[in-house]
Design a protein around this ligand. Structure first.
Ligand code: OAD
Ligand code: ZN
Length: 255
């Protein structure tokens, strides 16, 4: 992919670059997205049976085991060139990362993540009293697609532990949302990478950035609702596109 001289100039001149990321940034690490077909999680599993508080009340073992499968996949995965390029771009300018992802692949590639808007797979807490807990060390062995696993008990009240993710119908974590708003306030260039831009309120972030006059760049192999708003649409897999962006910056001949 050819990166335009105009985009490189915008990147050079930016005071603060914000990366707003979704499941597509981890796709090349082998972590499934949600809405791609046929591989997306919501094409294979019923969200209402797995990703709501009602579902957990109804069948905690089914829900806990499904998230343990997802946690196992992340523990076995490695950051890909997209995560690495985002971390590398922070070497010579302020960069903030705000992600909808519940994995830690940005952190493992060296990015300082300001906000996990939809929580973390590896930060369980008590369903009843909210006390944070920890998973035992090691990688759980869970069958493909999940298995029924009883959630561990809370040390404080004996209630059941739940995954530390945001479920449908739940509010986003306030501190993360505030941190995202702070990053938005500072950013004059925003990259929206690997998100379908369909889940609110997170999907509003790139729209607000555009309205505030920031330059908006989208990286996605598929068209999304953000296409019309973005100043630049870089169509392709994030690893490939961001690696090329990094390489183009290092090639003075392209200026
Ligand atoms: P989606 O599954 O909705 O969208 C993934 C996006 O990534 C799509 O637009 C794909 O075209 C794109 N994509 C696929 N492969 C890619 C690649 N290699 N490089 C770049 N982009 C690629 O995932 P999100 O937008 O993250 O919420 O979904 C938002 C939220 O919906 C998730 O955080 C999750 C889900 O329900 C919760 O769990 C609360
Ligand atoms: Zn408890």
């Amino acid at each position: 992919m050819k990166i335009s001289a105009e985009l490189l100039a915008r990147l050079d001149g930016a005071r603060h670059v914000m990366f707003f990321t979704g499941a597509g940034v981890s796709a090349e690490s082998g972590i499934p997205t949600f809405r791609d077909t046929p591989g997306g999680l919501w094409a294979r599993f019923e969200a209402a049976e797995l990703a709501t508080a009602e579902a957990f009340r109804r069948d905690p073992a089914l829900v806990w085991g499904w998230y343990e499968w997802r946690r196992m996949k992340v523990l076995r995965a490695r950051p890909n060139p997209a995560h690495e390029a985002i971390a590398a771009l922070a070497a010579d300018r302020p960069v903030s990362v705000v992600t909808q992802n519940v994995d830690d692949l940005h952190e493992r590639s060296g990015s300082d993540v300001r906000a996990h808007l939809h929580g973390h797979l590896d930060r369980p807490r008590c369903f009843d009293c909210g006390t944070p807990a920890r998973h035992p060390p090691g990688v759980p062995a869970v069958a493909e697609g999940g298995a029924r696993i009883e959630p561990p008990a809370c040390r404080k009240c004996g209630g059941l532990l739940r995954p530390g993710v945001v479920w449908f119908g739940e509010a986003l974590p306030a501190a993360d949302w505030q941190a995202a708003m702070q990053a938005l306030d500072e950013a004059d260039l925003l990259f929206s990478v690997g998100t379908s831009s369909l889940v609110w309120p997170a999907a509003e972030i790139p729209l607000w950035a555009a309205r505030r006059g920031a330059c908006v760049v989208q990286v996605n192999p598929q068209p999304t609702a953000l296409d019309e708003v973005a100043d630049f649409n870089l169509q392709g897999p994030a690893g490939e596109v961001l690696r090329e962006l990094l390489a183009a910056r290092r090639r003075p001949s392209e200026r």
